[in-house]
Design a binder for this molecule. Structure first.
Ligand code: SF4
Length: 204
């Protein structure tokens, strides 16, 4: 087991975020599916780590309702679904970075995910592989812009200047995907979390 994962889990637990470490994504997914149960409403923030565990498919097959805007829907419909997801039984997301002090960083274009990981859903499940671990907040903010955002720009086919440059240019592009930074320092009083750390490289 990656020693950093165990130390980060300890720091997250000390910050009030219930955290468990799993040897691989298969055992992590099995644990999540067992804990979610049946007939729940499930919101999802955009996350390649969550997708890597095939949770939407498995939880939908188990009879849960997946709340996630599909491509091509109107802005009004999208906002309605984001608000519904914020009131779901469970909300799934992945931070772009977790520091050694157990702080979690989320960087978003719109902030619907940032809002949902602060409060609203009955339980917030945050999933991360060892590739998301960093030492300090500055390292995490650097990682969010210079690793995660660049890969997401490529995946989303956004022609932002970080893609050709290979590093963040702090652009003012209308397609900029780095508009909202959310940092969970310690557990907000009214919210419930489960952080799932996986001994694999997951997402960006
Ligand atoms: S150049 Fe713009 S879109 Fe790319 S990482 Fe920097 S702020 Fe984000």
């Amino acid at each position: 087991m990656n020693e950093n994962l165990l130390l980060t889990a300890k720091a997250l637990n000390e910050n009030g975020f219930e955290t468990e470490v799993f040897e691989n994504s298969k055992t992590a997914a099995e644990n999540i599916i067992k804990n979610v149960g049946l007939k729940k409403t499930l919101g999802f923030g955009g996350s390649m780590s969550v997708d890597a565990l095939n949770l939407k498919e498995k939880l939908s097959a188990a009879g849960n309702e997946i709340i996630k805007p599909g491509p091509g829907i109107s802005k009004d419909e999208k906002i309605k679904l984001w608000l519904k997801a914020q009131n779901a039984d469970f909300y799934f997301a992945s931070p772009q970075a977790i520091t050694s002090k157990g702080e979690m960083i989320f960087l978003d274009a719109n902030g619907n995910r940032g809002a949902a990981v602060i409060y609203g859903p009955k339980k917030i499940i945050l999933i991360a592989g060892y590739n998301k671990l960093v030492e300090t907040l500055d390292d995490g903010l650097w990682r969010a812009r210079n690793i995660a955002a660049i890969k997401n720009n490529i995946r989303l086919k956004k022609d932002n200047p970080c893609v050709p440059a290979g590093k963040c240019q702090d652009c003012s592009s209308e397609n900029r995907i780095c508009n909202v930074t959310t940092i969970l320092s310690k557990k907000p009083w009214m919210s419930n979390y489960k952080v799932v750390l996986v001994n694999e490289e997951l997402g960006y």
